[in-house]
Design a protein. Structure first.
Length: 133
């Protein structure tokens, strides 16, 4: 979905009834999508026995990012406590994946990109949580 279509869709959601900052939500959705893609590609690039943990961590990160994104794309079903818990879990997963990819970032471009995407997603989730509180 391109940015114009995403902006239109987010603008059509009844934000006031949900108490959600739709602009922050859109930024978080985009960060989750980018992180999912980067983590998926990093997992695929991490081959060899010494990279098994990194590959597995990246696959888990991609799954978490996809799930978080899909939850935010259904704002009418939001439950504030569930969203806060899920976002906190994503922040924790982002940090774990960043830490693992940082170990290989000097020798692996995919790990460096994944690490940056995790950082962006973590910051977007933290910003979203601050607006929900």
């Amino acid at each position: 979905m391109d940015m114009m279509t995403m902006t239109q869709m987010m603008g059509s959601m009844p934000a006031s009834s949900m108490g959600m900052d739709m602009s922050a939500m859109q930024e978080c959705i985009e960060a989750c999508n980018a992180c999912s893609m980067a983590a998926t590609m990093c997992a695929d690039a991490c081959t060899g026995d010494d990279m098994a943990r990194c590959s597995s961590m990246c696959m888990n990160m991609a799954d978490m990012a996809d799930t978080m994104m899909r939850m935010m794309l259904r704002p009418m079903g939001h439950d504030a406590a569930v969203m806060m818990s899920m976002m906190q879990a994503c922040v924790t997963m982002c940090q774990a994946c960043m830490d693992e990819c940082a170990r290989h970032a000097d020798m692996s471009e995919s790990c460096r990109v994944c690490m940056m995407a995790c950082q962006n997603m973590m910051e977007a989730c933290q910003a979203m949580m601050a607006r929900m509180a």
